[in-house]
Design a protein around this ligand. Structure first.
Ligand code: NAI
Length: 674
């Protein structure tokens, strides 16, 4: 056993190479691990084994991927290319061993980890839900560079392999077996015997048949690329996310010629990883890690959650917690209010859990409890009833005396300060905000709201709880709108202002999406509900020095609430807004529109930093990206400011203030932004 591996030969003559990187929860392919792996292969060859099985000693899985942290500091294209070529060499050594090689996979097998397993003759994996295989590289602005584009097309055929690499999604063990990525998928307890079976039986090594390699024929390639590019264009823009397009280009130029493919992989990935888009996406990956590290599961052994209010949010929070393994009791005013929540929960389980036993177990973990018996035993109580101060206070008065002494009392309020809600509590120090975002199943962030009275132990528990349910906790101070709604609101209000100035809604949305937002602000307002926007805008008007635009009130009075009433700023049909661009010229450029929207968000971000709503710029960027979907390839609002230049941004704000009014007045916090 060294820092990375244990190597042992069993009585059958099979060598077991167990990857177990010291002081790390997961195996990550750092440069030093890869070099040690190369040495280990030499050592194994000298043992003259019947076969080699590579497995992981980590509970979390096989190999989580390449060392993304090292990617953040690549010292240039040439050295990145050198590194990739060296890894090619190491995996070629593995591939050309004189004896059969097997990868026995459980848990995460991603990116470089999957590429390493593809260099083995056989792959077997566990068939549970925790086993995930895939190529997430495009999410980091690159494509598989450790031979993955070569070996996956060889194994799966070109179309399936391209689809896997272009989508960046992961597949379960069962799905991996179905698509041919692994030869066997078995229950975890049989993984070892299945590996022995492959190592001794040595079936024919799997390769895609001629038919599946047909698309790689030179005359067909342009057609395939044309078709796949069209599909990509529906989802993303080449100037924002170039990696998938680059992969298609790489494949078109080299498919069918393996040496050329390896060389092109190395040169292209090395170039891409040094480009701004990839560096920003890698930054987002690291910000996600930072948020994960904000909560430590070991700090709080939470098992039971009691949710009060089975509406839009409470119902979905309860369902999510049950999906993630918590025992959940769900309370509302009467049993009939819970029916819809439970039905929605079952739909979520059906979507997320393919294994019928796992699905039934989730159903069993969620218990409707209109009397609120669960309060007594819950580790966390989450209140998600109407946004009404008296109703919430009244509820707490009833709930608090029945809670376990060390349980967390949490509110999902989106706008009421903790100090107000906690006023009559016996122990106001245990009230925290757990502000989930809508839709709960899709939005990764939870704002963990606290003020100077909150017990630090409760904040610790709340962040740990967020990690238990696989969400990203962001600690925010209890100020109006917290972080996410606070920065989003000026952006939305500016969009309404633009409408009032006569700019058509589709033009405004187009400008925001041109910047890289996942959805335009007008469509977003319609989706959230104009009544909700109006109410939040009203509550924040004073703090933002921004009166609520009249148009918002008018629409709500007319019953035009957005998507849910089929009419808001847009008319909606079948859940989609009807966007018609008129023929008449628009009096403002897309650049001006997008600056008006984005710089208001940016200016408010600076105000949040000045007020200490979050601790630092990185956390702010993380919150805004994971809470609003802010263009990830730009690395967050503050990172965007630095790339554009703080002085240039402030100059632009002054210019916008002159033209459009004082709501563009640069915040006092700019002085502290280096
Ligand atoms: P909702 O109106 O859909 O659901 C509220 C539920 O609470 C209803 O089922 C109601 O019967 C129940 N309820 C009311 N008083 C109760 C009581 N005394 N005891 C038990 N149940 C009671 O509301 P929604 O949208 O789910 O909002 C809930 C909370 O979450 C609010 O504080 C809101 O500000 C916050 N929030 C809402 C978001 C959204 O997008 N809707 C996003 C983030 C937070």
């Amino acid at each position: 056993m060294n820092e990375y591996f244990a190597i042992e030969k069993d009585e059958r003559g099979i060598v077991w190479l167990t990857i177990d990187k010291a002081d790390s929860q997961a195996n990550v392919l750092t440069e030093s691990l890869l070099e040690a792996f190369d040495h280990a292969l030499v050592q194994v060859a000298q043992m003259h084994p019947k076969a080699l099985v590579i497995r992981s000693g980590k509970a979390s899985g096989f190999i989580a991927g390449a060392d993304v942290k090292a990617f953040a500091n690549v010292p240039g294209v040439a050295s990145a290319e050198q590194h990739i070529l060296r890894v090619h060499e190491i995996l070629h050594r593995l591939e050309s061993m004189a004896f059969p090689t097997v990868a026995a996979i459980h848990g995460f097998c991603l990116g470089g980890g999957l590429e390493l397993s593809l260099a083995c003759d056989y792959r077997v994996c566990a068939n549970d839900e925790a086993t995930r295989l895939g190529f997430p590289e495009v999410k980091l602005g690159i494509f598989p560079g450790y031979g993955g584009s070569v070996r996956s097309t060889r194994l799966l055929g070109d179309l399936k392999a391209l689809e896997l690499m272009l989508g960046g999604r992961t597949v379960s063990g069962r799905a991996a077996k179905k698509m041919g990525l692994v030869g066997m998928a078995v229950p975890l307890r049989q993984l070892r015997s299945a590996a022995i079976d492959l190592a001794t039986r040595q079936p024919r090594v799997s390769r895609a048949g001629c038919f599946k390699r047909l698309p790689a024929m030179a005359p067909l390639r342009p057609l395939v690329v044309h078709f796949m590019t069209r599909e990509l264009d529906k989802r993303i823009r080449r100037d924002h996310y170039p990696a998938p397009y680059e992969l298609l280009d790489h494949w078109r130029n080299t498919a069918g010629d393996e040496p050329a493919m390896y060389a092109s992989e190395a040169s292209r990935v090395a170039r891409m990883i040094n480009a701004t888009e990839a560096q920003n996406l890698i930054r987002v990956f690291m910000l996600q890690d930072r948020l994960k590290a904000e909560g430590n599961k070991a700090d709080f052994d939470a098992r039971q959650v009691h949710v009060i209010g089975g509406g839009v949010m409470g119902g979905d929070i309860a369902a999510w917690c049950a999906l993630r393994g918590m025992r959940v009791t769900l309370q509302d005013r009467a049993p009939e209010y819970l029916t819809r929540a439970v039905k929605r929960a079952h739909q979520l389980f059906a979507r997320k859990l393919k294994d019928p036993y796992a699905r039934q177990a989730a159903v069993d973990r969620l218990m409707p409890d209109h009397r609120g018996d669960g309060v007594r035993t819950a580790d966390v109580v989450i209140e998600a009833i109407f946004e009404d101060i008296d109703a919430k206070r009244h509820l707490y008065a009833e709930v608090e005396p029945r809670m376990k002494p060390d349980a967390v009392l949490a509110t999902n309020t989106s706008s009421i300060p903790l100090a107000v809600l906690g006023e009559h509590l016996e122990r106001p120090d245990r009230l925290v905000g757990l502000h989930f975002f809508n839709p709960v199943a899709k939005m990764p962030l939870i704002e963990v709201v606290h003020d100077q009275r909150t017990d630090p132990a409760m904040i610790k528990r709340a962040t740990a709880f967020a990690r238990h349910i696989d969400k990203l906790p962001l600690k925010v101070r209890s100020t109006p709108g917290f972080l996410v709604n606070r920065v989003l609101m000026p952006y939305l209000l500016e969009a309404v202002e633009l409408i009032e100035e006569g700019i058509p809604a589709p033009v405004i949305d187009r400008a925001a999406m041109g910047f890289g937002m996942p959805m335009g602000p007008i469509e977003l307002a319609d989706t959230v509900g104009l009544d909700i926007c109006l109410s939040v805008a009203g509550k924040m008007a004073e703090a933002l020095h921004n009166p609520v635009p009249q148009q918002l009130g008018r629409l709500v009075n007319d019953g035009r609430l957005g998507r849910k009433s089929d009419h808001g700023f847009y008319a909606w049909k079948d859940g989609k807004p009807i966007k018609e661009l008129g023929k008449e010229p628009v009096a403002m450029s897309d650049d001006d529109i997008s600056d008006r929207l984005i710089l208001r968000l940016v200016n408010e971000s600076v105000a949040c930093l000045r007020e200490g709503v979050v601790e630092d710029e990185d956390l702010l960027d993380a919150g805004v990206i994971f809470g609003t979907g802010f263009a990830p390839f730009r690395g967050g609002p503050m990172h965007y400011v630095h790339s554009r230049g703080t002085e240039a941004v402030q100059k632009r704000l002054h210019e916008l203030e002159d033209r459009f009014g004082e709501h563009f007045h640069a915040d006092d916090g700019w002085g502290a932004i280096a």
